[in-house]
Write a protein that binds this ligand. Structure first.
Ligand code: B1M
Length: 214
């Protein structure tokens, strides 16, 4: 069983090697990557978030913790992404313009790849123009957008409107997610779907593609 307390201690000190080793140890002891994520890495990062919110720690500490979390996620990625099925569909994904948070997005990518989807990662700070160009270039089934800041939420609408204007809205589905995003907000901006977490994002994409083939 993943040692939550130790994981949190290492994560909060930004000890990348230790987080990596602890993640590997948990895997060797039989924990599934999903358990390590959902009962280890994510709750530890949530604790960091709460301490950041309370003003107990500051951005540099959050940043080194995030880097340590990535070290753990790097161990899990090849396992989560392993899939024997042919590519089930293509997704273009990015964190919207003005927003540099990418941990949640990367989690969504890992699970999508694990679900057999081909993912084009546009990274962070992605403008509506870049999303549009990527749709043109890659012809995805889904455009997926992540936002963690209330101030960057309008960028999601901007991209959806730009897709509409370019006549591409019928060709691709849009999926939005991230901590400040809600189902209601997604409906209001005309997104085709909303997912509260990475696993639900995969379910939504599967649903989109199933609907498409009917
Ligand atoms: Co920032 N930050 N941050 N931060 N940061 C938050 C988001 C904040 C809530 C902290 C707080 O005040 N309590 C707050 C936002 C407030 C708001 O707008 N509501 C905040 C702020 C204010 C800021 C800055 C403005 C701080 C400053 O400079 N004053 C600044 C902005 C920089 C920018 O983006 N332009 C900033 C900077 C940073 C760091 C760089 C230090 C770092 C990011 C490092 C990185 O991502 N590489 C950081 C971090 C780490 C956080 C917290 C602590 C953790 C976020 C995280 O990674 N969570 C966060 C507080 C918190 O959330 N508790 C906070 C773990 C991750 C797995 O969860 O991303 O929510 P999350 O993803 C979830 C779901 O949301 C969902 O799936 C995941 C779970 O399965 N999901 C999707 C995400 N995307 C999805 C897409 C989908 C579907 C589901 O479909 C497409």
């Amino acid at each position: 069983m993943v040692d939550q307390e130790m994981l949190y201690a290492f994560l909060s000190q930004g000890k990348m090697d230790e987080v990596k080793k602890l993640t590997q140890k948990a895997l060797q002891e039989g924990d599934s990557p999903e358990v390590i994520l959902n009962q280890g890495l994510i709750p530890a990062m949530e604790k960091i978030g709460a301490r950041f919110k309370n003003g107990d720690i500051y951005i540099p500490e959050v940043l080194i913790a995030a880097r340590a979390m990535h070290a753990g996620m790097d161990v899990l990625k090849p396992i989560l992404s392993k899939s024997n099925t042919p590519m089930a569909g293509k997704i273009v994904i990015g964190t919207v313009k003005g927003d540099l948070h990418d941990i949640g997005k990367n989690l969504v990518i890992m699970l999508l790849e694990g679900g057999g989807f081909e993912v084009v990662d546009l990274g962070v700070d992605v403008s509506s123009e870049t999303f549009l160009r990527a749709v043109d270039q890659h012809h995805p089934h889904v455009v997926a957008m992540s936002a963690l800041l209330t101030t960057t939420l309008p960028e999601m609408k901007k991209t959806i409107d730009a897709l509409k204007q370019a006549g591409l809205k019928g060709r691709v589905k849009t999926l939005v997610g991230g901590a400040p995003v809600t189902e209601k907000f997604a409906r209001e901006i005309g997104a085709d779907g909303y997912a509260p977490d990475a696993a639900s994002a995969v379910d939504k994409v599967k649903q989109f593609i199933a609907d498409e083939s009917h």
